[in-house]
Ligand binder design. Structure first.
Ligand code: GLU
Length: 339
């Protein structure tokens, strides 16, 4: 989705390196971003996992949670959907917390593959290396590395960990899990390919099954915004006050998201929005303004790479109107700091 297609109107581009504006202002900006994106109905609901095709394409929730725990919600923010690929970001954070920067860096990698999220060719071109944790190969390798004596223990670690990010107990959508299990031959092939290269440490079929379960966890836009706000707040959930991961892990996770969070459109996203984010094929999109807020959108119509169309438009609006772009700065001369 390019600049012209983002249709954010004349929001301007304020650089704001300090705190977020007071709550009231955020509510108004979130409402305006929602209204702006609501005009758009391009894109298509994912159907390669059959049950996802049943989503109501008109649902649209937008939520900002700031690092003080303030919740600013507009639209269908209570509508539940499967987290899908967005789980990859948080499972990666849990793994980094458990194993440390070096080991995870080595085994999973941090570079964008430039290929689709379920690419097999990318693995071959990389000599069997999964590339990064935001593509399916890297996510399956990540899941396989998690501590635990059994697949069940690893799954429970993921469910409990993602629940701490969200601040409530998350549950699996059994229908999504079943539907994806019946149609995930490609992910099973990726698991076996990684095994053939010695890149996966547990049974590949089990790793793919746990990965499929993590993708089937149900969240709403508010949950996702709280999860994003936890990454924005140095690893402390700003609503529950619980530390979920370390500040170093947040920094590493956000760097990976900046490079690879929006599939093969990650460069365009970073250029236009200037924030780390992660999307999923059910229509969720979480974005993180470090030190400031988490932003989440749910709108099931996707662009051709798998990113929510309304989610991208609304987030672009918010990033500009709230001055969240991490690359934006004002000259200190223009601020009058120097006499
Ligand atoms: N569970 C999905 C898959 O593996 C996740 C895809 C996504 O959200 O990008 O195909």
């Amino acid at each position: 989705m390019r600049q012209g297609e983002l249709d954010v109107g004349d929001v301007g581009q304020i650089a704001r390196t300090g705190a977020v504006p007071p709550g009231q202002d955020i509510d108004a900006v979130v409402a305006a971003a929602h209204a702006r994106a609501l005009r758009h109905s391009q894109g298509a609901v994912a159907d390669y996992i059959p049950v996802l095709a049943e989503a109501d394409p008109e649902l649209f929730g937008l939520c900002v949670v700031d690092v003080d725990g303030g919740v600013h919600a507009e639209g269908d923010t209570g509508a539940l959907f499967s987290i899908q690929s967005i789980s990859k970001a948080f499972v990666y954070a849990l793994l980094c917390d458990a194993l440390g920067h070096e080991e995870v860096f080595d085994v999973v990698g941090v570079n964008n593959t430039g290929a689709a999220f379920n690419s097999v060719v990318a693995i071959e071109l990389n000599g069997g290396h999964p590339g990064n944790p935001m593509v399916n190969a890297g996510a399956i390798a990540t899941t396989a590395l998690l501590p635990g004596d059994s697949a069940e223990a690893r799954w429970e670690g993921i469910r409990a960990g993602l629940s701490r990010f969200a601040g409530r107990e998350l549950e699996i959508d059994e229908e999504v899990y079943r539907s994806e299990t019946l149609t995930n031959q490609r992910n099973r092939a990726i698991g076996q390919l990684l095994e053939s290269y010695g890149r996966i440490r547990s049974d590949p079929a089990e790793a793919v099954d746990v990965y499929t379960r993590q993708c089937s966890l149900l969240v709403d836009a508010r949950d996702l915004a709280v999860m994003g706000a936890t990454l924005a707040d140095g690893g402390v959930n700003p609503v529950t006050g619980e530390r979920v991961v370390s500040a170093d892990v947040c920094r590493d996770t956000l760097a990976v998201l900046a490079a690879s969070g929006l599939y093969e459109r990650s460069g365009e996203w970073l250029f236009e929005i200037g924030l780390p984010g992660k999307s999923g094929v059910a229509g969720g999109l979480v974005t993180v303004a470090p030190g400031k807020a988490g932003i989440a959108a749910y709108a099931p119509r996707l662009d051709s790479a798998g990113n929510s169309v309304r989610g991208q438009i609304a987030t672009a609006y918010l990033s500009r109107a709230l001055g969240f772009n991490i690359f934006a700065s004002d000259s200190h001369y223009s601020r009058g700091d120097l006499a």
